[in-house]
Design a protein around this ligand. Structure first.
Ligand SMILES: C[S@@+](CC[C@H](N)C(=O)[O-])C[C@H]1O[C@@H](n2cnc3c(N)ncnc32)[C@H](O)[C@@H]1O
Length: 395
């Protein structure tokens, strides 16, 4: 089956996550804000719940060359008719276009409604407000996966237009709950979105089916976002942190999610400097390390570049010590996916300059991108510190 996975906050990171979970060759085409993926999905909603970077999964109904005159109105009429599970009572549909042309979308909506009324009766209406695209949040609120409703999208790639029907919409309420309703949240440690934690876990485990026989270990666990998401996905978890307060926060959050998610087993969380870990501290069975490691000192205002470079030297010392030790204690082949901080100075990104050499010395770097630094980023406009994402293997 061919699907379009519509991506959310960061397309590069979402692409790497899809390739990890579905295999490197899964992407057949790239569209305006997503990817055409060939895969088998038995439960698209459950599948979407484990992907941090995807906001919708849609099934391809029709496609045509961008060089041909295409009758989108006809596509939509057929798509609504074919996509509805129930054709009695009130019928609702939505159509969005990527990229959007307001004139074309307005025409499609008006004309398709008139034609659908002729075919299906007067109870048909489209839910687009002011002829705008529907966000995933709107589609969720409009309950467009219900039997008497259907959501269609037109996506353009370099060579094709695709028409798709939505089969899963990201459960933004659950993400928001898991992020903002946790009992122990600390602005000091920064806010690490559950979606990004899922993306990191997926980059680490790839095509593996989640099982509690496999452990996700976070040695800089802070308040436990990675562990919470790994546990909800079905992995066993283990965390440690230098700070006693963070260990207590993680335990409190894990107890909360245990009750909320009806999970089994006690989380194992302990206090430890990640540079002093010993073999005994590592999980007993197979495991991967997934971590938003330190973000460095909290910055309330931009630092002059010279001071930032001093901060970077200290952070590089930490990574050198951590990976030199990890190489000694972790089994060969152990995968680690982690974030390291970088700063933005004016419009430029100031990365930890020597991190690639440090990683290459102690580990094998698994490229996540074809950038000169084969990493990915997660950043927000208003933040002074951002995160660079790396994947390595212990050799
Ligand atoms: C950015 S926070 C991680 C936040 C976490 N992802 C969460 O969900 O809250 C980084 C954590 O690394 C911890 N840390 C810093 N240096 C450490 C070290 N040498 N060993 C272990 N933990 C360390 C800090 O105490 C902090 O909790």
């Amino acid at each position: 089956m061919k699907y379009i996975f519509q991506t959310g906050h960061g397309k590069g990171l979402a692409k790497a996550e899809l390739q990890a979970v579905h295999g490197n060759d899964c992407i057949l085409d790239e569209v305006d804000d997503g990817f055409v993926v060939e895969t088998e999905l038995t439960d698209p909603i459950a599948h979407l719940n484990r992907l941090g970077g995807v906001v919708r999964i849609t099934e391809i109904l029709q496609s045509g060359s961008v060089n041909m005159p295409l009758n989108f109105e006809e596509w939509v009429v057929k798509g609504v008719d074919a996509g509805l599970e129930k054709k009695e009572g009130k019928i609702r549909y939505g159509v969005s276009m990527h990229p959007k042309s307001e004139g074309v979308l307005t025409k499609i909506l008006k004309n398709s409604k008139n034609r659908l009324k002729e075919d299906l009766g007067s109870n048909v209406r489209f839910v687009n407000k002011d002829f705008q695209n529907l966000s995933s949040v709107q589609a969720w609120h409009e309950n467009l996966l219900a039997p008497g409703a259907v959501e269609l999208h037109l996506f353009k790639s370099d060579t094709k237009w695709y028409m798709v029907k939505t089969v899963a919409i990201q459960d933004f309420e659950s993400y928001s709950y898991r992020d903002y309703d946790r009992p122990a949240r600390s602005a000091k440690n920064g806010m690490f979105p559950p979606k990004v934690a899922q993306e990191l876990i997926n980059l680490a485990v790839g095509t593996m089916v989640p099982t509690d026989k496999f452990c996700i270990y976070d040695p800089f666990c802070g308040s436990g976002t990675v562990l919470q998401e790994a546990w909800l996905m079905g992995f066993s978890t283990q965390g440690s942190d230098l700070s006693m307060q963070c260990v207590a926060d993680t335990k409190e959050n894990m107890d909360w999610i245990k009750a909320e998610g009806q999970l089994e087993g006690p989380p194992y969380v302990f206090e430890k400097d990640a540079l002093d870990l010993t073999k005994k501290d590592l999980p007993e069975g197979p495991f991967a390390i997934v971590s938003e490691t330190t973000l460095g000192p909290i910055l309330t205002k931009p630092l002059p570049e010279a001071e930032l470079l001093q901060v970077h030297a200290e952070l590089q010392g930490l990574y050198d010590g951590f990976f030199a030790n990890l190489k000694k204690i972790a089994p060969k082949g152990t995968i680690m996916v982690f974030t390291a901080p970088y700063h933005r100075v004016g419009g430029d990104r100031l990365f930890l300059e020597h991190l690639p050499e440090i990683l290459a010395e102690h580990t094998e770097i698994i490229p996540l991108s074809d950038h000169a630094r084969p990493s990915l980023f997660f950043e927000r406009k208003d933040q002074l510190v951002s995160r660079e994402i790396w994947k390595v293997r212990i050799v």
